[in-house]
Ligand binder design. Structure first.
Ligand code: FAD
Length: 358
């Protein structure tokens, strides 16, 4: 559809987000192809209005006042598949639903995404924070990204190396934030490959089920079961899933920084309790943000007005019904302050804040 036909004014954004919070977009359009995208970019440029690119709204917090510019929701569809030997290449439009793609690949017995089951959102956002879960992340299967470079309004093809992926990050979230609009992503999966079962919780779950030689489909089922227990699968009948998933990134520290945290923790907790840690890339140490939050005194089910932490996972901030972005921001600040006071760590929020004052 042409951009001008899709353009609307004062469109409520809350229903387009998983948190269900936030005011309207001053202007809004669904974008179904690259021509419409270019027209939208030109339209905003000519009027000097700010632009925001929306996917499935599962990793954003929209301000109560909404967004004062043009929101372009990426709805570019289409999936192409090429099989060569044991490799399956998938090229998907940015507007395709991520979990539908995962379900389809798992049903074909292609491995590479089984642990990424149950994550909401659309394909175009998967490279932004290098979406990952249960020991797998997008960068392991991503081949390239097609994107509109807003600097010169040209379509570019970026390789996986060009994307500068890291733990829950990429150049799209750091030095080139807001520069690219992703239109298509190409991934490579393994036909008949063994699923990835690195994550201890997943290993335990499959062990309890006594699954011998698990397939990607078995791993998907196990991941979905684990995620449901934590309300990390979107379910309208589960109020704890009205969230953005994990609100904070698990901190990654050097060993020296970790030693400082351990001594501060010993003073704060006043016991010999170990701070749980996991080895991370480049000789770093990863800590559990959920553990830090709980030990800092914010438990599961903590209430702050109409928002709170999930009763099933301290790392998720949920809209308990009628919540506001102001309350979400207040609770975020409170959690950050408590964790900083207890352990000297400033937790980094995972979602993107839209329409807030800088
Ligand atoms: C219950 C729940 C569980 C979750 N579990 C996980 C998890 O296990 N692992 C994980 O990594 N994440 C998880 N998330 C977070 C979220 O689902 C992912 O980050 C997802 O990739 C966001 O996709 P989206 O389409 O909803 O993006 P949106 O929320 O719409 O946008 C997120 C950011 O990406 C940008 N963006 C979106 N599309 C494009 C595009 N085409 N081009 C350029 N920029 C774009 C937006 O501008 C924004 O900055 C979870 C969220 C929820 C609600």
């Amino acid at each position: 559809m042409r951009f001008e036909q899709s353009l609307r004014e004062k469109v409520p954004l809350a229903p387009m987000t998983t948190l269900g919070i936030g005011g309207p977009a001053r202007y809004f359009a669904d974008i179904t192809d690259t021509e419409a995208l270019l027209a939208g970019v030109d339209w905003a440029g000519a009027r000097g209005v700010p632009m925001f690119v929306l996917g499935g709204g599962s990793n954003i917090v929209v301000a109560d006042s909404g967004f004062p510019g043009l929101v372009l929701r990426l709805c570019i569809r289409g999936i192409e598949t090429k099989i060569e030997g044991d490799s399956a290449e998938l090229i998907a439009g940015a507007g395709e639903e991520w979990d539908a793609l995962v379900a389809r690949s798992v049903a074909n017995n292609w491995s590479g995404w089984e642990c990424l089951s149950g994550i909401p959102g659309r394909v175009g956002a998967t490279p932004i924070q290098n979406v990952g879960a249960y020991g797998q992340d997008t960068s392991e299967t991503l081949v390239s990204v097609e994107a509109l470079d807003l600097n010169d309004k040209k379509l570019v093809c970026l390789s996986a190396a060009d994307c500068e992926f890291g733990y829950r990050t990429s150049r799209f979230k750091t030095r080139d934030r807001d520069r690219f609009v992703i239109t298509r992503v190409s991934y490579r999966l393994k036909v008949g490959g063994a699923p990835v079962i690195r994550y201890p919780e997943l290993q335990r779950h499959l062990g309890e089920l006594k699954t011998i030689a698990p397939t990607p489909a078995d791993v998907r089922e196990a991941v979905l079961a684990i995620r449901r227990r934590k309300a990390m699968v979107i379910d309208p009948s589960e109020p704890d899933s009205r969230s953005v998933g994990s609100f904070f990134v698990n901190p990654t520290l050097t060993h020296e920084q970790f030693n400082l945290v351990k001594s501060q923790a010993a003073r704060f907790i006043g016991s010999a309790e170990e701070v749980p840690s996991y080895p991370a890339a480049e000789n770093m140490v990863k800590l559990s943000a959920a553990w830090l939050i709980q030990r800092a005194g914010i438990s599961r089910g903590y209430v702050h007005g109409n928002v709170g932490t999930s009763t099933k996972h301290a790392l998720a901030i949920v809209n308990r019904g009628g919540g506001s972005a102001k309350e979400v921001a207040e609770l975020k600040d409170l959690i950050q302050a408590r964790v900083f006071n207890a352990f000297g760590i400033l937790l980094a929020p995972e979602p993107v804040f839209v329409g807030f004052e800088p």
